[in-house]
Design a protein around this ligand. Structure first.
Ligand code: CTP
Length: 209
């Protein structure tokens, strides 16, 4: 079994020292990588910048931007049996990246942003038979409705609906509560539980032994 996982945030630089990003810690993606490696699977983990130890038995590919994350995933997607996209990929990047540090201007400034590639949607559109594709949906409202829309729009087998409006669990925390939605209409809720237990729950359902 070959497994490809994305994790953590991406950074979209506007100059050498400043970037757009988000507060993803990478904990859920790394917990999934650890759980998959624990089953003896080959695991390629494409990781944005996070402060976490790489789990034993996992091959990590470190990236910064969405474009780099996409390029790294392209190298491993065709040969994987299971793709789990956990990364909180920045949806936009600055159109211009300054070579030198930008100086402050007197008044307000505006930043022109252009969309990044949707890694999960683009790769899922090239899927071959037999591949299992799992996405995450980070939502603050109408969590399951929005997640189910992404499940179909991105042509996934499963999506993990993650309510990120809660402070004590979810993004950046050690625990999470999720709802796993399947293309066939399945709905299974799990947690609150540790991210390690959430990872085991997800693998048990999406790739039963
Ligand atoms: N994703 C991705 N590439 C992107 C954006 C998202 O691979 N450029 C993946 C995420 O890893 C996740 C899923 O798509 O598995 C959904 O991500 P999410 O941020 O919840 O939704 P978006 O598709 O970005 O939509 P929106 O921001 O409008 O909610």
């Amino acid at each position: 079994m070959r497994c490809l996982i994305t994790a953590g945030p991406t950074r979209e630089h506007l100059d050498p020292v400043r970037f757009l990003s988000n507060g993803s810690s990478g904990k859920t993606g790394y917990a999934l990588a650890a759980a998959a490696a624990g089953r003896g699977w080959h695991v390629d983990l494409v990781s944005g910048p996070v402060a976490l130890q790489v789990p034993v038995g996992v091959t990590v590919h470190r990236v910064i931007s969405a474009a780099e994350m996409f390029a790294a995933c392209q190298l491993h997607f065709a040969s994987c049996d299971l793709f789990i996209a956990v990364a909180a990929v920045a949806d936009y990047r600055p159109r211009e990246v300054a070579k030198e540090k930008k100086k402050k201007a007197g008044g307000p400034v505006s930043l022109e942003l252009v969309p990044t590639v949707d890694i999960l949607k683009t790769l899922a559109a090239t899927r071959r038979g037999g591949q299992i594709i799992v996405g995450f949906a980070a939502e603050t409202n109408e969590v399951e409705t929005n997640a189910r829309r992404k499940l179909h729009e991105k042509r996934l087998d499963w999506i993990v609906a993650n309510d990120v409006s809660r402070v004590e669990i979810g993004m950046n925390a050690d625990d999470n509560a999720v709802v796993l939605l399947g293309r066939d209409g399945a709905r299974v809720a799990f947690g609150p539980a540790s991210k390690a237990d959430v990872a085991e729950f997800i693998l048990r359902h999406v790739a039963p032994a």
